[in-house]
Write a protein that binds this ligand. Structure first.
Ligand code: SF4
Length: 206
């Protein structure tokens, strides 16, 4: 089954169902692979000209939990895998402290190709790329989506300000916490970051 990328006015709220049916599981994997192929070949914005590899994301489908970052960095651009650089190693440590298993989480970002010099994504780049995230949410059907940092929060919720956004559930499935790169720059945020991830642990089981 091919994945049709559609513009939707808002990311739809869908309840998680973990399919028992093997055909459905297979369909999820095929949909995800089709989507990854589309992302890898995408030329919808100028970032396609400067990237080494697009970084669609990684993880199981379906998954109860999805993490959404901002955009690939240098190591992600070279490897094609999400969160494998310094921020990724910090994320791994924080997930472990929170009792979460990375292999059970679908991890991606709002922008799938690295912006030059790790600059913030432009509005038009976000607009071009957001349908891929919307499609991923439909296929992966996470119960909880954790938006890491202001870029992800602004793209999905249209809101910014991590301090104000933390600690609440938005549109029944979205939560917001710091981006791991921000925690790298300010280690004082680590305790709150781990505490937010611990909360995900309990939310995904509700
Ligand atoms: S950033 Fe997104 S929209 Fe732009 S080329 Fe990459 S995949 Fe396509």
């Amino acid at each position: 089954m091919s994945v049709r990328i559609q513009r939707v006015s808002a990311i739809q709220k869908e309840s998680l169902s973990m399919p028992e049916d093997k055909n459905l599981l297979q369909m999820n994997r095929e949909d995800l692979r089709s989507l990854e192929d589309a992302i890898s070949a995408c030329r919808l914005c100028p970032l396609s000209q400067s990237r080494t590899l697009a970084v669609p994301g990684a993880g199981p489908a379906p998954a109860r939990l999805m993490l959404v970052g901002e955009a690939p960095g240098r190591e992600e651009d070279l490897s094609g895998k999400p969160f494998v650089g310094r921020a990724g190693r910090l994320l791994d440590a924080a997930l472990e402290q929170a009792g979460l298993d990375r292999s059970e989480i679908f991890i991606t970002s709002v922008i799938k190709c690295r912006p030059p010099n790790n600059r913030k994504p432009l509005k038009k780049e976000t607009t071009s790329c957001l349908p891929y995230l919307e499609a991923q949410i439909k296929i992966v059907r996470p119960k909880v989506v954790c938006l890491l940092g202001n870029t992800a929060a602004a793209a999905v919720l249209g809101r910014q300000g991590i301090q104000a956004l933390r600690g609440r559930i938005w549109q029944e499935r979205f939560v917001v916490t710091y981006h791991p790169a921000a925690v790298l720059r300010n280690k004082n945020l680590m305790a709150d970051f781990v505490s937010d991830l611990e909360r995900l642990n309990s939310l995904q089981d509700k």
